[in-house]
Design a protein around this ligand. Structure first.
Ligand SMILES: [Zn+2]
Length: 106
């Protein structure tokens, strides 16, 4: 499933990163180009993006295509409902700057 999230700049996968508060609660979950995660100069124009932004966009696209409303409590890509939704409807998600392009399966 994570392989579906692709950097529009270099074509490599995006990888998930969780940021914690001091008390170990989650502050934010972001996705970042794995090329730039290894070497910032490797893909200098790519940006990190919040997971909730990716999920909102995927839900919007699925709604537009299929007229399905998906109620999701936990907007987390590891959440089973979200995971199932992405596996079932999404071919890949390309991230170019702050633009999230969701390509659905036919
Ligand atoms: Zn990249």
């Amino acid at each position: 499933m994570a392989r579906k999230i692709i950097c529009g700049k270099c074509g490599n996968c995006y990888r998930r990163k969780i940021y914690y508060n001091r008390d170990k609660t989650i502050r934010s979950i972001e996705w970042k180009c794995s090329t730039s995660a290894v070497n910032k100069k490797g893909c200098p124009d790519s940006i990190a993006i919040k997971e909730s932004v990716i999920i909102d966009k995927a839900i919007d696209e699925i709604y537009r295509r299929y007229g399905l409303t998906i109620e999701i409590d936990n907007k987390n890509i590891k959440d089973l409902e979200v995971k199932d939704m992405i596996d079932r409807y999404v071919d890949r998600i390309e991230i170019i700057n702050e633009t999230v392009i969701v390509l659905l399966l036919d």
